[in-house]
Design a binder for this molecule. Structure first.
Ligand code: GLA
Length: 386
């Protein structure tokens, strides 16, 4: 959890103004990967890694933003704001200014300081947590009120249009709507959701392969394009298929041969993952941890073999987890091509599990992994300092 006092003190020192503070969590996805942009199902939880944004108004017509992480300040003239990102960390906070402007909230001058402890580029949604924390901060200077679902939608749009990552709604949504000690099953078609308590005897252990990814312009967008290609073929036969949510395993069996083999595999992952995610939510709700673990294992295999979104380090991490006592289920979490695995572990075994996994991973890969014992946490909101 990012310490708000650190952000507040830095802000006061730099800008000589008392700020208002907002915090937004990262997330771990328990199951449902690359299904959100197909209007399917996802089941993430917000976690106790956060971004904190501190804001105060200015009178000189400028937006000045300081990142504690990068120890760098950027400054923009209100009369001349950039229309697009420039592949700089400031794209994330500025994307929010831009999207607010697009819905009629005229930019005003402010100073903003932000920092977070969501590991960057690790599949735990550091980007969404920055967007949501900054959104709350900037919106607090206007009279407009936004519902959490609306904030999620706008932050997704900010990332799509300004930063250039064609991400779905999951990360921003869970950051805005997550609940302490709960996972959230989200229907990405209509944004209806259902909370499911994580049993008190289950721990969330997140292990970082230390392989970083970057989604903007990379493999993530390529995979989205492949999925689209598959939909175009299915739609020729069943025009009611607008996105993969509308397709079934039978549709793929009938018309998959018309697709390039890689495209068929991507589509098969998404269609089967949707089914698994709904089944996993039922398993969690009824306390059937064995079934949940089985579905997570199947989801990892599908992510690895059909979606080809894993990497050898994540496969190794999951394989090693499967040999350790107390494991309920393990899989690669997040956008893929590196990042973290999520492990649901029996409480009593969690600390030993974390230690053994780290040691085994070091032995096999030569890499020292960060392993975190996380808790499902509350949604974004204002924070107080001590
Ligand atoms: C990233 C994106 C999400 C989602 C996941 C994959 O985290 O931001 O929208 O597509 O990848 O499930």
């Amino acid at each position: 959890m990012q310490d708000p006092n650190e952000v507040r003190n830095s802000h006061v020192q730099r800008f000589q103004a008392e700020p208002t503070l907002f915090s937004a969590p990262g997330r771990v996805n328990i199951i449902g990967e690359h299904t959100d942009y197909a209007e399917g199902f996802v089941m993430p939880a917000a976690i106790d890694f956060t971004t904190v944004a501190a804001i105060s108004p200015r009178t000189d017509g400028r937006i000045v933003i300081y990142s504690l992480h990068f120890a760098e300040e950027v400054s923009f003239d209100l009369a001349n704001l950039p229309a697009k990102g420039t592949h700089h960390w400031s794209d994330y906070p500025m994307s929010v200014v831009s999207v607010l402007k697009s819905v009629g909230v005229d930019p005003v001058a402010f100073s903003l300081t932000f920092a977070g402890d969501v590991p960057l580029g690790s599949g735990l949604s550091s980007s969404a947590s920055v967007e949501v924390a900054v959104f709350l901060a900037v919106a607090s200077l206007s009279a407009r009120k936004f519902a959490p679902q609306e904030i999620a939608r706008l932050c997704q749009r900010a990332e799509n249009e300004y930063v250039g990552t064609q991400c779905g709604i999951m990360d921003q949504f869970i950051s805005c709507c997550g609940a302490k000690d709960h996972a959230l099953l989200l229907d990405c078609r209509d944004l209806s959701f259902r909370l499911a308590p994580i049993p008190t005897d289950v721990s969330i252990v997140i292990s970082n392969t230390m392989v970083k990814h970057s989604h903007a312009g990379g493999e993530y967008n390529t995979r989205r394009a492949e999925v689209e290609e598959g939909v175009t073929i299915l739609r020729k036969h069943r025009p009611e298929i607008r996105v993969l949510r509308d397709a079934t395993v039978d549709d793929l069996a009938k018309w998959g041969h018309e697709m390039r083999p890689s495209v068929l595999k991507r589509c098969r992952h998404v269609v089967t993952e949707n089914n698994r995610t709904v089944a996993a939510a039922d398993a969690l709700a009824s306390g059937d941890m064995k079934e949940l673990g089985r579905l997570m294992a199947e989801a990892h295999a599908s992510y690895r073999d059909d979606f080809e979104g894993s990497c050898k380090e994540a496969d190794l991490m999951v394989e090693l987890a499967n040999t350790l006592p107390g494991l309920i289920g393990a899989r690669l979490t997040g956008g893929g091509f590196g990042g973290c695995t999520v492990n649901l572990v029996e409480n009593g075994q969690a600390a030993a599990f974390a230690g053994s996994l780290k040691a085994a991973y070091l032995k096999e890969s030569g890499i020292t992994a960060d392993v975190y014992l996380c808790h499902a946490s509350a949604a974004a909101g204002p924070v107080e300092t001590a």
